[in-house]
Ligand binder design. Structure first.
Ligand code: PLP
Length: 395
C-alpha cells in the first residue's frame, strides 16, 4: 500500500464536525462561514450553454481538451495578465478544477523518497500536503509571518531550496487573503532558475479583489515582465469555481512552461481525467465573459463593506487584499471560540489551527479563525451581528 495514505490528516471540516458534534446551538437558523463554496448564483449564460451542449456526452473527451477552449483560455490570460505570447497548443491544459490538478502535479514531478521535495505555505490549502505525502515525500512547511501573513521565503536555507522540486504558492492566499508582490514573484522565479524547482502558483482567488485599478499580479505576468517568456519552471492554476460561482462544473486550467505542460499532459492521459465536453463548452462561455465576474466582485465588496465595520470593534478584521475570507485573531482559543459562536449565535467558523501545521513549536493558525463571506449579503450581516452579540457576553 502507498505509505503516504497513513500520513493523510483528517480534512479541516471533518475535524470541525468532530469538535462540534453534540453541541446545542442557539435556536436560530445556522449560518455557515466555514466552507469556501460560493453561494452567488451561477451565470445564466454558462448554464444555458451546458444545457444546450448536453448531447456532447455521446463523445469521449481527450486529455488536452478542445482547441477552442485552450485558445479562449490563452486569450483570457493575455487580457488579464498581459501574456500575449502564450501558445494554446503548448502552454495551456484544461483540468477538472484546480484541486485535482494541484494534487496531480506533485505525482507528475516528484521523485519519491526523501524529505522536503515539496515546500508549501503554512497555513495552506490541504491538498498540497496530501499531494506531497502521496507522491512519496514529506512537505517542508513555510509559515506565514505573523505581521504580514505571507510566507517568509528568505527563511528557506540554500540546502532546502536545493532539495526542493516543487514549491506551492497560494496567491492570493487562502486563508490570509494576502497577495504576493511582483518583486516577490520575480524573486521566486530567479530562485527556481537557480535551484531548478517548479513553482505551482495556485491563483484560484485572483479574480476577487477590492480595487479594479490593481488586480493581483499572477506568476506568468511576473515572468513575462522580467523577460522570462519561456515561462521555465512556472505553472499557474486557475479555476472557474470562485471566479464564476460554478464549483460543481469542476473546471480550471494549468498554464505555463511548455515542457512541464507536455509532461503533465502525458501523466493525465494515463490518469484518465479529461474534462467532459459539455463542461468544456460551458467553460468557453465562462472564460469569454467578464461581466458576471465584475458583478461577482462587487457583491463581495458590498459584503466586506457591510461586515467589516460591524466586526471591527471586536475583532482585528480588514477587507482582504483579495479573496473572500476574513482571518482574525480570536480573543480566546480558536477551537473554543468556534464552539462558543455555535452555542451562542449558531454561526459556524473554522478554527485556524485546522488549516496549518505546527512548525518549531508554533501553529500559525492558532488563535485565529477563518470566516468565508460566501453567503448572501443579508446572511453575512446577520452572522456579523450575531457574532458581536455573542462576544458582548464575554468569555
Ligand atoms: C486555495 C485553493 N486552491 C484550490 C481550490 C480548489 O478549487 P477548485 O478545485 O474548485 O478549482 C480551493 C478551493 O476551495 C482553494 O481554496
Amino acid at each position: 500500500m502507498n505509505p503516504g495514505l497513513e500520513l493523510l490528516q483528517p480534512y479541516p471540516f471533518e475535524r470541525l464536525n468532530a469538535l462540534t458534534t453534540g453541541i446545542t446551538s442557539a435556536d436560530v437558523t445556522r449560518i455557515s462561514l466555514t466552507i469556501g463554496e460560493p453561494q452567488h448564483a451561477a451565470p445564466a449564460i454558462v448554464l444555458d450553454t451546458l444545457r444546450e451542449q448536453l448531447e456532447a456526452v455521446q463523445r469521449y473527451p481527450n486529455t488536452r481538451g478542445l482547441a477552442e477552449l485552450r485558445q479562449c483560455i490563452a486569450q483570457w490570460l493575455a487580457r488579464r495578465f498581459g501574456t500575449p505570447e502564450l501558445d494554446p497548443e503548448r502552454h495551456v491544459l484544461p483540468v477538472n478544477g484546480t484541486r485535482e490538478a494541484l494534487f496531480a502535479i506533485a505525482q507528475t514531478l516528484i521523485t519519491p523518497g526523501g524529505e522536503g521535495r515539496v515546500i508549501c505555505p503554512n497555513p495552506f490549502y490541504q491538498i498540497y500536503e496530501g499531494a506531497a505525502f502521496l507522491a512519496g515525500t514529506t512537505p517542508r512547511f513555510l509559515s506565514n509571518t505573523p505581521d504580514d501573513n505571507r510566507p517568509d521565503f528568505t527563511a528557506v536555507s540554500e540546502d532546502d531550496w536545493q532539495r526542493c522540486e516543487l514549491l506551492y504558492i497560494c496567491n492570493p492566499g487562502n486563508p490570509s487573503g494576502a497577495v504576493l508582490s511582483i518583486e516577490q514573484l520575480q524573486g521566486l522565479i530567479d530562485l527556481a532558475e537557480q535551484h531548478d524547482f517548479v513553482i505551482a502558483s495556485d491563483e484560484c482567488y485572483s479574480e476577487i479583489y477590492p480595487d479594479d485599478r490593481c488586480p493581483p499580479t499572477g506568476l506568468l505576468e511576473a515572468a513575462a515582465k522580467m523577460g522570462h517568456s519561456h515561462y521555465r519552471n512556472c505553472l499557474v492554476f486557475h479555476s472557474l469555481s470562485k471566479r464564476s460561482n460554478i464549483p460543481g462544473l469542476r473546471s480550471g486550467f494549468v498554464a505555463g512552461d511548455p515542457d512541464l505542460i507536455a509532461r503533465f499532459s502525458r501523466y493525465r492521459t494515463y490518469h484518465g481525467c479529461a474534462m467532459p465536453l459539455h463542461h468544456q463548452l460551458a467553460s468557453i462561455t465562462a472564460w469569454s465573459d467578464e461581466q458576471h465576474v465584475q458583478e461577482n466582485r462587487q457583491r463581495y465588496r458590498d459584503k466586506f463593506a457591510a461586515v467589516v465595520p460591524l466586526l471591527k470593534p471586536w475583532l482585528d478584521v480588514a477587507p482582504p487584499e483579495a479573496g473572500f475570507y476574513l482571518w482574525p485573531h480570536t480573543p480566546i482559543d480558536d477551537e473554543r471560540f468556534a464552539i462558543e459562536l455555535l452555542k451562542r449565535a449558531n454561526v459556524a467558523v473554522l478554527p485556524g489551527r485546522y488549516l496549518a501545521r505546527e512548525v518549531d513549536g508554533h501553529n500559525p493558525g492558532f488563535n485565529r479563525v477563518r470566516m468565508a463571506l460566501v453567503a448572501d449579503l443579508n446572511d453575512c450581516v446577520t452572522a456579523a451581528e450575531r457574532i458581536v452579540e455573542a462576544m458582548k457576553q464575554g468569555w
